[in-house]
Structures are given as structure tokens and as C-alpha cells.
Design a protein around this ligand. Structure first.
Ligand code: SAH
Ligand code: SF4
Length: 384
């Protein structure tokens, strides 16, 4: 609006129309003067949510969407009811551990008529109590991690702030989510490296906080360890800074370099130093994601090494283990269930908080590292 020579508060009116009134036609924004609306339309501006053009539904309730961006490229977004986007234990579930709230839940649980609490207000019954939306920041990715299907696409393009925030509002609309009433978490863990599209990513976060009303502690951004990006992130104000997850994925630099060539540029020590500068809020923890590649990163002595590494950082941290999800043309093996469990147990015994991320939507190529606008997934799962 400022660029169009209008007062800045016109921008607020526009945001109100887009995010709260959910208008999809410039001419319907009656808070703007008619002459301005006409000018915007003549200049080719349109408003609305990006369209969900394909839906793949998994047996586990996960949905993967192809969402149309500002051109013909589609963005991938994933909906995980009851989802495990890796938020367990990172401080976002504060409410569940609040003693006053859990006693309320207990009371509800003891109701004699057994009515599900969600239908008390007459709202349609939901199949979920909380949900996680996994959001893309780029189409494809330039970071070339050896185990990731998105890497195979290369970087097609950056997404704009509107496209990133648009994925979220499109999915919120689809599921009738009311922010404030319903519990949703966002994880910026879809396609792309958010910190290589920093400005648009952060502008999207600000839109989602300020206009969509989603708190920054309900959001987690995952990075492969882009040190300059982490440096900028550390300077963001608390009010718009999501929680941070780092894709560690290896016990040391030798193996990390093998599976994540970007480690040559920013080795583990440099990444950790950058993370130390991020101010953490009370109860907030940094997540270290660790993909278990069968025979490569899932060995018992490696678990002990990861535990030492994480402890030595001195950071309030937790480890999120992710069993590798297979993809066509990627030469790794899934870890055995026993090695996953052994790895988890070693970390726990070493005193490192550790969670196992439940794979979601593997059958529809929606799980971590499987997003690639797959034609491969056509005919897999249920397509709407
Ligand atoms: N680019 C960012 C965010 C997207 S990837 C990043 O790399 O952090 C989100 C998580 O999925 C990362 O921790 C990544 O290491 C993990 N991942 C990638 N490919 C995977 C695969 N095939 N199986 C399991 N996890 C994978
Ligand atoms: Fe990019 Fe993340 Fe995949 Fe690495 S794991 S290629 S950074 S999307």
C-alpha cells in the first residue's frame, strides 16, 4: 500500500480483509475506497487463498496437498492430525503439562455420560484434537542432502511470503480450523531450506503471527545448518521467532559431510556456535533432528557420540530421531526397528531427552524427506 502511494494503515485494512474477512475479490474490500480498488484491479492485483489442486490421503489420516502458487509450480503442504511434526517435548505442549489444565481434562475424562468434550458446543465432531501443518519454503531445494528426495528436484524457485503463509491458511480453511479454539502447530519442514529464503520466510512468519494469530511458540523452523541464517534468526524479536530445529543427522563432521555435503561449508561446531546465540524463552528447547540411515548413522557407538555432542553444547536441547523414509533412487537403507530402539535408549540413558518421530503418510510420499511433487505417488493412497 505504501508503494502504491497510500497511507500505511491501508495495509492493515487489506490484511484484515484477507485474513479475517477472508475476502477473495478486490472489489469486495469495501473498507478501501472504490477508486483505490479499481486501481488495484487495473494493475492486476488479486486476493484470496492459494488453491489446493491435489489431495493425497494416507491410511493414517495424513493428507498431502499440492497447492497452486503464483505460477504453475505447485507447493507441497502436509496436514497431520494428532500429528507428530516433531513438536513433542520442545515446549509447545506447555498446556498439557499445566497442572490446572490437566485436572480439568481429568474431570472431563470422568464425565458420567461419556460425551466427547469436543462436541459439547454442538460443533461438528472432529477426528483430531490437535494438528500439525508442515509447510514448504521453496519449490525444491539446493542443499543436496544425500538422503532427501526433495534434493533431487534441485532448487526450482523461492516461495513468496504470501505463498508460504497461503499454504497455511488454505489448509486451515479446508479443515475449518479456528486458531485460538483449535490447537495447531506449524513446522517449516516441508520442501526447501527456509534459511536460504530468509526474508520471505520471516515475512510469512510475521503474517502468520500478526494476521492469522498463530503464536511463534506453535511454530518450529528446521534448518540444515545455514549459519548466516541462524545468525539473523537469533536477532529476531521473541514475538515473531519460531522455535528452532537443527538437522544434525550425524555424530561427527566426517559422516555429516558424507550425508550432508553442506557440512563442508558449515561444520557442526560452526552451527552450534550460531545456535548458542539464539535467545531461548523459558522452557524452550532446541531440537536436534537425527535421521537414522541403516548401517550409516544408526550404530550404537554413534548414539553415545551424539549424546556427548548434544550434552557438550550445554544447550537446553532434545533429539528427535527420524527413521529414514525411503524414496526412489536413493541408495540408503531403512534402520531396523531394533537399531532405532537401541539408539533411542542409549540417548535416554545418557540423559538426553529423545523422541522418536512417528512417520506420517509414508504411503503417500508425505513423510519427512519424501516431498517432491511426486508423479511417483500417483495411484498411491487415495487421491481426491
Ligand atoms: N530443509 C530443512 C527442512 C526440511 S527437511 C532441513 O533440512 O532441516 C525436514 C527434516 O527431514 C530434516 O531434519 C531432514 O534431515 C529430514 N529428512 C530429509 N529426508 C529424509 C528422509 N528421507 N527420511 C527421514 N527424514 C528426512
Ligand atoms: Fe533440503 Fe532439508 Fe532435503 Fe536437505 S533435508 S535437501 S536441506 S529439504
Amino acid at each position: 500500500m505504501a508503494e502504491a502511494g497510500e497511507p500505511r494503515w491501508r495495509g492493515k485494512q487489506l490484511a484484515e480483509a484477507l485474513y479475517r474477512q477472508k475476502l477473495t475479490d478486490v472489489n469486495a474490500i469495501t473498507t478501501l475506497p472504490g477508486s483505490l480498488r479499481r486501481r488495484l484491479m487495473e494493475a492486476g492485483w488479486t486476493v484470496g487463498r492459494p488453491a489446493i489442486v491435489s489431495v493425497f490421503r494416507s491410511a493414517d489420516g495424513t493428507e498431502r496437498y499440492l497447492v497452486r502458487g503464483n505460477d504453475d509450480q505447485t507447493m507441497e503442504t502436509v496436514w497431520m492430525p494428532e500429528g507428530d511434526g516433531g513438536e513433542t517435548g520442545d515446549g509447545s505442549e506447555v498446556e498439557e503439562t499445566d497442572p490446572t489444565l490437566s485436572s480439568t481434562l481429568l474431570a472431563v475424562g470422568r464425565r458420567m455420560d461419556g460425551a466427547p468434550s469436543k462436541s459439547e458446543d454442538g460443533a461438528r465432531r472432529r477426528e483430531w484434537d490437535r494438528a500439525t501443518i508442515c509447510v514448504s519454503s521453496q519449490v525444491g531445494c539446493a542443499v543436496n542432502c544425500r538422503f532427501c528426495l526433495t534434493a533431487k528436484l534441485g532448487l526450482q524457485r523461492n516461495l513468496s511470503a504470501g505463498e508460504i503463509a497461503g499454504q497455511v491458511v488454505a489448509v486451515l480453511d479446508r479443515h475449518g480450523v479456528e486458531v485460538g479454539r483449535d490447537r495447531v502447530n506449524l513446522v517449516f519442514m516441508g520442501m526447501g531450506e527456509p534459511f536460504l529464503n530468509y526474508d520471505e520466510f520471516m515475512a510469512a512468519v510475521r503474517l502468520l503471527v500478526e494476521e492469522a494469530g498463530i503464536g511463534p511458540l506453535r511454530m518450529t523452523v528446521s534448518t540444515s545448518g545455514i549459519v548466516p541464517g541462524i545468525g539473523r534468526f537469533a536477532r529476531e524479536p521473541d514475538a515473531v521467532r519460531p522455535k528452532l530445529a537443527i538437522s544434525l543427522n550425524a555424530p561427527d563432521d566426517v559422516i555429516r559431510e558424507e550425508v550432508m555435503p553442506i557440512n563442508r561449508k558449515w561444520p557442526i561446531g560452526a552451527v552450534i556456535d550460531a545456535v548458542r546465540k539464539v535467545p531461548l524463552r523459558s522452557r524452550e528447547r532446541v531440537t536436534f533432528e537425527y535421521v537414522l540411515l541403516g548401517g550409516v548413522t544408526d550404530r550404537p557407538e554413534q548414539a553415545a557420540k551424539v549424546a556427548r555432542l548434544v550434552r557438550r553444547t550445554g544447550l537446553p536441547a532434545k533429539v528427535n530421531l527420524i527413521a529414514w523414509n525411503p524414496g526412489p533412487g536413493i541408495g540408503y537403507a531403512m534402520p531396523s526397528p531394533e537399531s532405532v530402539e537401541d539408539f533411542r535408549r542409549t540417548l535416554a540413558e545418557e540423559g538426553v531427552p529423545v523422541y522418536l518421530r512417528r512417520p506420517r503418510g509414508r504411503d503417500i510420499y508425505a513423510a519427512c524427506g519424501q516431498l517432491k511433487r511426486t508423479v511417483e505417488a500417483e495411484g498411491i493412497g487415495n487421491r481426491e
